[in-house]
Ligand binder design. Structure first.
Ligand code: ATP
Ligand code: MG
Length: 561
C-alpha cells in the first residue's frame, strides 16, 4: 500500500471547494462539525465522517466542533452521548470549545419557527399522519395543499404555543413550512418543522413537548455555530434545497453550505445504527462493544488501535458515490500498526506438557527475549526456564514421516528450537487411557541458547512455549467475522440470517508467559506465531485474564472457508 504523504495526494472535491472558498474569501475561517445523533454507538462509518470533518479543519487551519443532534428523545440517551465523546477522544481528535447540543438551541429554533409563522411561511396542520402522506403525493404525482395551509397566522401561533406547553396530544398537529406542494423534490412539499412528542429529553427534561425535525434543526444549528462547510453523507443530497430554504428565509447569523460525500460501507458487516441496535437488543452479540461489532468501542475492545482506524479512513476516497470497501483493507492497517508497535509475547492456546528429563528439578534459568525484534527501546522480557514447559498440541507429532518442509515443528525422536531458548529433543510420550498424548518426555541440548546445536541435531523449526511453573492461566477468545455473507443486508436478505455461528470461539486453560501478568486493559501484543491479541477491558481485573484475538498474523480467511 502506498505510504506517500497526504501532500502528494490530489485534493478531493471538498478540499477543492474549500481551497477555492478561502482563495476567493468566500470563507474566512473553515468551521466544520461532527454531528452524531446520540441514539447508538459510533461505528466505523462514523469514523470516516469524523476523520473527514476534523481532518479538513486541521488541514485548512480551521476548527471542528462536536455537536449532538439530539432532536429525537425517544431513542436518545446520555449513555450514548458519553460513549460517543469517549470514542471521538479515543480516535485522537479534540473539538473546539464545549461539546454542543441541538437542544442548546431549542429556544432559538422555536423563535425562528414563530418568525416563519408570522411571515406567512409556516402553519399548523391538523391532517392525520395518513392524510399527510396521502396529500404529499409521490415521485410521479404532485402533492395537494393541506386545508389548513391558509389559516391565519394568529391561529397557528396560538396552536403552536399549545403544542409547546403540552396541551395537544401526539399525532394531532404539526407545524409545517409553506413551500410548494408540487415541488418535484418531495422534501420541499411543506415539510414538518415540529411535531408533538410528550417524551422527556435526556437534557431538557419535560421542558418541551415538541421537538424540531432534523431538517429544521440542522442548518440553523450550523448557522449559529458559524459552520462554513456542513459535510454529510449522500442521503442528505435531496435535503439540501430545504437546508438552503431555511437559511435563506430566516435571520440566521451565517450562511453555511452543505456538501455530501459517499458513505463508507464495509463488506461482511453492517453499518446502520438501527441494525447494530438490533444485534444488541436481540443478544446476538454481547453489547455495543462486543469485539465482533463494527462499532468503535467494539473495535477498540478487540484490540484495534486508533491509529489503524485513522489510517484506514485516510486511505478511503472522499467522493460523490457510495462504495463498499473490502474488510481486508481495514485488516491491512490493523496488522500494519500492530506489527510495528505491539510487544511480542508467548501464549500457548492448546497446551501440552513437556518434561525435560535432563533438567534438574527446581532449577530455574532466567532467559531474556526482546519485546520487539526491531525496536530495542521497548526493552526485554524475562523468560524463566525450568524442568516443565508447555507447547501447543498442534506443534507436536509422533509421525516421523512428516516432511521437514511441511511440518517445521516437534516430531518424536527429533529436534526443535524453543523460541528464545534451547533446542530440545522429543524422546517419548505419555498417553492416557484413551490413548491421547498427555505429556511429552524430552531433553534439552545443552549450550544451545542463541547457539547452533552440534551437527546432526538439526531442529525442524522454531516453536513457542511457556514455562510450566511460571506461566499464567488465561482465557483466549478467537473472533471471526460476524457475518458469513459479503453483503448481509443486500437485496431482500435478512441480515440476522447471515450471522456467522462460529464468530466466537472461547479457549479455556491457555497458558501465557509470566510477563503478561502485568498486562493492563487494551494492551496490545503479538502472541508469537498466533496473531495479535489484547487484554479484554471488561475482564481486566478478573483473576484470570482474558485475551481477545484482534487479528491473525496473515489473512487466512479465504482459505478457511
Ligand atoms: P446510521 O445510518 O448508522 O444510523 P446516521 O447517519 O443516522 O447513521 P448520525 O449519528 O446521524 O448517524 O451520523 C453522524 C454523522 O456521521 C453524519 O454526518 C453522517 O452522515 C455520518 N455517517 C453516518 N454513517 C456513515 C457512514 N457509513 N459513512 C460515512 N459517514 C457516516
Ligand atoms: Mg442520522
Amino acid at each position: 500500500m502506498d505510504d506517500s504523504s497526504p501532500a502528494d495526494k490530489p485534493l478531493n472535491f471538498i478540499q477543492q471547494v474549500i481551497k477555492n472558498d478561502l482563495q476567493s474569501s468566500v470563507t474566512k475561517e473553515v468551521v466544520t462539525r461532527f454531528p452524531p445523533e446520540p441514539n447508538g454507538y459510533l461505528h466505523i462509518g462514523h469514523a470516516k465522517a469524523i476523520c473527514v470533518n476534523f481532518g479538513l479543519a486541521e488541514e485548512f487551519d480551521g476548527i471542528c466542533r462536536l455537536r449532538f443532534d439530539d432532536t429525537n428523545p425517544d431513542k436518545e440517551s446520555d449513555e450514548f452521548v458519553q460513549a460517543i465523546i469517549a470514542d471521538v477522544r479515543w480516535l485522537g481528535f479534540q473539538w473546539q470549545g464545549e461539546v454542543r447540543y441541538a437542544s442548546d438551541y431549542f429556544g432559538q429554533l422555536y423563535d425562528w419557527a414563530v418568525a416563519l409563522v408570522n411571515a406567512g411561511k409556516a402553519y399548523i396542520c391538523e391532517l392525520t399522519p395518513e392524510q399527510t402522506r396521502e396529500y404529499r403525493g409521490s415521485l410521479i404525482e404532485p402533492g395537494k395543499n393541506s386545508p389548513y395551509r391558509d389559516r391565519p397566522a394568529s391561529e397557528s401561533l396560538a396552536l403552536l404555543e399549545q403544542m409547546r406547553t403540552g396541551d395537544i396530544a401526539e399525532g394531532l398537529m404539526t407545524l409545517r413550512a409553506k413551500i410548494d406542494m408540487t415541488a418535484p423534490n418531495i422534501n420541499l412539499r411543506d415539510p414538518v418543522l415540529y411535531r408533538v412528542k410528550r417524551v422527556p429529553h435526556h437534557r431538557t427534561g419535560s421542558e418541551w413537548s415538541i421537538y424540531p425535525s432534523y431538517d429544521f434543526a440542522h442548518g440553523q444549528e450550523d448557522a449559529i455555530e458559524g459552520v462554513s462547510h456542513s459535510i454529510c453523507t449522500l442521503e442528505f443530497a435531496d435535503h439540501r434545497p430545504l437546508y438552503e430554504w431555511f437559511i435563506d428565509n430566516l435571520p440566521v447569523p451565517a450562511k453555511p453550505r452543505q456538501f455530501e460525500f459517499g458513505r463508507l460501507n464495509l463488506n461482511y458487516t453492517v453499518t446502520s445504527k438501527r441494525k447494530l441496535r438490533q444485534l444488541v437488543e436481540e443478544n446476538v452479540v454481547d453489547g455495543w462493544d462486543d469485539p465482533r461489532m463494527p462499532t468503535l468501542s467494539g473495535l477498540r475492545r478487540r484490540g484495534v488501535t486508533a491509529t489503524a482506524v485513522r489510517e484506514f479512513c485516510d486511505s478511503l476516497a472522499v467522493s460523490k458515490t457510495d462504495g463498499t470497501v473490502d474488510m481486508a483493507q481495514l485488516d491491512h492497517f490493523i496488522r500494519h500498526d500492530l506489527n510495528d508497535n505491539a510487544p511480542r509475547a508467548m501464549c500457548v492456546l492448546n497446551p501440552l506438557k513437556v518434561t525435560l528429563t535432563n533438567w534438574v528439578e527446581g532449577e530455574v534459568e532466567t532467559l531474556t527475549a526482546p519485546c520487539h525484534p526491531n525496536r530495542e527501546e521497548l526493552g526485554e522480557r524475562k523468560l524463566p526456564f525450568g524442568r516443565t514447559l508447555f507447547i501447543d498440541r498442534a506443534d507436536f507429532s509422533e509421525d516421523t514421516t512428516l516432511s521437514r518442509k511441511k511440518f517445521k515443528r516437534l516430531v518424536l525422536g527429533q529436534f526443535v528450537r524453543l523460541r528464545g531458548a534451547y533446542v530440545i529433543k522429543a524422546d517419548g510420550v505419555v498417553t492416557d487411557e484413551a490413548g491421547e498424548i498427555v505429556e511429552i518426555i524430552a531433553s534439552i541440548v545443552p549450550g544451545t541458547v542463541g547457539e547452533n546445536p552440534p551437527e546432526g541435531m538439526k531442529p525442524r523449526g522454531v516453536i513457542h512455549w511457556v514455562s510450566g511453573e511460571h506461566s499464567i492461566d488465561c482465557e483466549v477468545r478467537l473472533y471471526d467475522r460476524l457475518f458469513n455473507e459479503a453483503d448481509p443486508d443486500g437485496g431482500d436478505k435478512n441480515f440476522l440470517d447471515c450471522v456467522n455461528p462460529e464468530s466466537l470461539e472461547i479457549l479455556q486453560g491457555c497458558k501465557a508467559e509470566q510477563s503478561l501478568s502485568s498486562a493492563t486493559a487494551e494492551d496490545h501484543y503479538q502472541f508469537e506465531r498466533e496473531g495479535y491479541f489484547c487484554l479484554d477491558s471488561r475482564c481486566a481485573s478478573a483473576d484470570k485474564p482474558v485475551f481477545n484475538r484482534t487479528i491473525g498474523l496473515r489473512d487466512n480467511w479465504q482459505q478457511k472457508k
